[in-house]
Design a protein around this ligand. Structure first.
Ligand code: HEC
Ligand code: HEC
Ligand code: HEC
Ligand code: HEC
Ligand code: HEC
Ligand code: HEC
Ligand code: HEC
Ligand code: HEC
Length: 500
């Protein structure tokens, strides 16, 4: 085995991790840990074996069942616990059942996995798009979902997201749910929330609200402070590690026009090998041994596994040098994610730390990723490869800088429409970074020439030209009419080619 990582890194990682936030920061953790209700899972099975055959069968096939971890260990809580269900047919003197189970429950027995997860970008999945409401975050993501897509106009809905200051923005004809915000709340539970998670809300009986639950979004925010229910990759009630190690456990979320990691992987050489040599993979173990359990990298191998002497981790951000989802890529600095912990400690919604990555900084992240490759490739191969990845990110940033400059000048002159989602320049700007620019970066980083080029830079190249044409035209009209309002009113409609 070839090790690239510098000596002493392992020790340094431990020191930094111990300075991060801790599970003890939320009193509910101790409360659950020290709670030992006098009821056995056999009691639960008396009724639930008949009514929930699927749930019980999955649990029976889990390692939990064999280890004596049953319905009680995960679903029984103190009567005054924030998720307590008041309406369940049976209760004890000091206990009742909870239907909403967060990672705080898992933490009783899996504190290492939960802590790593809390330090990762995954734990901000729910908070970051809701926090956007209170901040000026680029594309107003929560407003996009509720106020624009859900046609709620400027009214306030379940998560406090309201379109104040947007009266001039959203046109009247697109405000069908101004007085029925429940429709938009429920509709958003089909979209963003299912991948990202949102705030899980319970009624006074402890029953979850349909606009917030069920969801196995990666960063769902629970009333007890727990973030996620851990079922995103380990579906309940098998809670299997073997399942989570397979690419299919990631690709129900990591796909599509804006982060096509499924498609990128499938069109890489690693994906080709995975699709054609099933017999070379053994997911029943986490050990990544070439010739025995793995032949080429999978999502789990590269982002989480304990391959080649690395420590296995639930922090998927640890091996990332760049931030590849942001409008403009930047290197990740030291430090952990903060949004999950802010919720955990005092139910605060924060935008989080988009620079969270390796506790030792971006070069350590890159070294760890190279150490993954070193299991199967030589240093010349790997170093050359990453020079190309970095160049693609730099090239993308150059395009982005041009777009930003034009946007800034148009905005300064009032030449962007108030209803931004009907403005062709704004839309192109969005596609350039959110769809095509991500594809160009993810494609290069994970070895898919099709996504790096045809779905990527080729389309970014077209976007920037179309944007420049609109920019030039608007500047000309502005000069002609001497007023932004008139210039926009007299603009001939410009259809945008959406490069799917
Ligand atoms: C006497 C029968 C009975 C027993 C015993 C029983 N349950 Fe239930 N349980 C029910 C019924 C009926 C419901 C549906 C209640 C409802 O819809 O309000 C239910 C609902 C639930 C739910 C889901 C609530 C929802 O709204 O989706 C959970 C979780 C649950 N029970 C867990 C347990 C656990 C854990 C135990 C053992 C401590 C247990 N139950 C014992 C009858 C029982
Ligand atoms: C290792 C922990 C764990 C064990 C053991 C466990 N559950 Fe669950 N259960 C969960 C989690 C996590 C969820 C999802 C909660 C959420 O989405 O908020 C869940 C959800 C549920 C639900 C609601 C989902 C649905 O499909 O209706 C029911 C009912 C339920 N469990 C019953 C049971 C019963 C009965 C047992 C015992 C046979 C059991 N659970 C054992 C963790 C567990
Ligand atoms: C009361 C302690 C306890 C709780 C609570 C608990 N677990 Fe476990 N879990 C265990 C034990 C013990 C094992 C090891 C079983 C073994 O290795 O045979 C285990 C194993 C696992 C595994 C590995 C299974 C495999 O295929 O190797 C996963 C994944 C897991 N738990 C997830 C969870 C999640 C998610 C939750 C919360 C919803 C949770 N656990 C709650 C005790 C617990
Ligand atoms: C199919 C699953 C899926 C859906 C649906 C989805 N997203 Fe995402 N989203 C992702 C993934 C995966 C990433 C991470 C991409 C990456 O790391 O490059 C992401 C990234 C983001 C980011 C950037 C990350 C950050 O911390 O700022 C924002 C903001 C975002 N999504 C908001 C939304 C909103 C709002 C919606 C609904 C209007 C939505 N997403 C719908 C899966 C999804
Ligand atoms: C339930 C949906 C879901 C599943 C399943 C899922 N992810 Fe994610 N993932 C997301 C979302 C949403 C984000 C963006 C979170 C953010 O930045 O706000 C994300 C972000 C990431 C990131 C970037 C983190 C960062 O710091 O920017 C990586 C890497 C990642 N996921 C890898 C994986 C891998 C590997 C798997 C499978 C083992 C996986 N994900 C499974 C939804 C998911
Ligand atoms: C992004 C996908 C993903 C999410 C989300 C996730 N896990 Fe895992 N989990 C995995 C993978 C992959 C493995 C296998 C790790 C290995 O073999 O090194 C695993 C393994 C485990 C194990 C077994 C560890 C061992 O050494 O046997 C436990 C316990 C566990 N997870 C608990 C959790 C808990 C608790 C959560 C919620 C905080 C969670 N997982 C969320 C992907 C995930
Ligand atoms: C051969 C190793 C390898 C495989 C296989 C792999 N990745 Fe990656 N992934 C990388 C590298 C390298 C990067 C870029 C790291 C950096 O920032 O320098 C990356 C970046 C990402 C990002 C972007 C994070 C951001 O900053 O926006 C996501 C999300 C992601 N991978 C998810 C996945 C998923 C899901 C799979 C499986 C479908 C997968 N990866 C398969 C190596 C791999
Ligand atoms: C478990 C072994 C394994 C790991 C880990 C692995 N690869 Fe590979 N990789 C392979 C195999 C096998 C091939 C197929 C070689 C061939 O025939 O082209 C391959 C092919 C490739 C190719 C395309 C083939 C070529 O010659 O251009 C690239 C690029 C690549 N790997 C990059 C990486 C990078 C970067 C990493 C680390 C982030 C990595 N690999 C991790 C096994 C692995």
């Amino acid at each position: 085995m070839k090790k690239i990582v510098t000596a002493g890194l392992g020790l340094a990682v431990l020191t930094t991790a111990s300075m991060a936030a801790s599970l003890n920061d939320n009193p509910n953790y101790k409360k659950l840990k020290n709670f030992h209700p006098k009821v056995k899972s056999e009691t639960c099975l008396m009724c639930h074996k008949g009514t929930d055959a699927g749930i019980v069968a999955d649990w029976q096939h889990s390692k939990h069942a064999k280890a004596g971890v049953g319905c009680v260990e995960c679903h029984v809580v103190p009567k005054d616990y924030p998720t307590a269900l008041k309406s369940h047919p049976i209760k004890g003197s000091n206990w009742t059942v909870a239907v909403a189970v967060s990672s705080l429950t898992c933490a009783k027995c899996h504190s290492k996995e939960v802590t790593e997860y809390m330090n990762s970008g995954h734990s901000r999945g729910g908070a970051q798009w809701l926090a956007a409401n209170g901040s000026k975050h680029g594309y107003l993501m929560s407003k996009l979902a509720y106020n624009y897509e859900g046609m709620r106009g400027n009214s306030k809905g379940i998560n406090g997201t309201d379109g104040k200051h947007m009266n001039a923005g959203i046109r009247k004809e697109f405000q069908a749910n101004q007085n029925t915000p429940r429709i938009s709340d429920l509709s958003v539970a089909n979209i963003c929330i299912q991948c990202h998670g949102g705030i899980v809300k319970l009624d006074k009986n402890g029953k979850p609200d349909a606009a917030t639950w069920p969801n196995d979004g990666i960063g769902a925010l629970y009333p007890d402070g727990g973030v996620s229910n851990c079922t995103s990759c380990h579906s309940r009630h098998k809670f299997s590690a073997a399942e989570a190690r397979q690419p299919g456990a990631c690709t129900n979320c990591h796909l599509g026009p804006d982060h096509p990691d499924k498609e990128v992987f499938e069109s890489s050489v690693h994906g080709h090998i995975f699709d054609t040599n099933e017999e070379d993979y053994d997911f029943s173990t986490g050990a990544q041994k070439p010739g025995k359990t793995v032949r080429a990298g999978t999502c789990f191998t590269c982002h989480m596994s304990g391959i080649n002497g690395l420590h296995a981790t639930h922090n998927v951000s640890e091996r990332l040098k760049w931030n590849l989802w942001a409008p403009k890529s930047f290197e990740r600095t030291k430090g952990a994610e903060t949004a999950g912990w802010a919720w955990y400690k005092n139910r605060k919604i924060l935008r989080g730390n988009p620079k969270a990555g390796n506790p030792q900084g971006p070069e350590a992240a890159r070294s760890e990723m190279k150490q993954v490759c070193a299991t199967c490739h030589e240093a010349t191969f790997t170093n050359n490869y990453f020079q190309r990845v970095d160049a693609q990110v730099t090239l993308y940033n150059q395009y982005r800088t041009m777009a930003e400059k034009m946007m800034k000048e148009l905005k300064a002159k009032g030449l962007i429409k108030a209803d931004v989602w009907s403005d062709p320049f704004f839309k192109l700007d969005y596609y350039l970074w959110h769809h095509e620019g991500r594809r160009m970066r993810h494609g290069a980083a994970m070895g898919s020439p099709d996504y790096a080029h045809w779905h990527g830079v080729f389309q970014v190249m077209q976007d920037i030209r179309e944007m420049k044409d609109i920019y030039d035209y608007r500047m000309k009209m502005y000069k002609k009419y001497g007023s932004a309002k008139k210039a926009l009113e007299n603009e001939v409609p410009m259809p945008v080619v959406t490069h799917e």
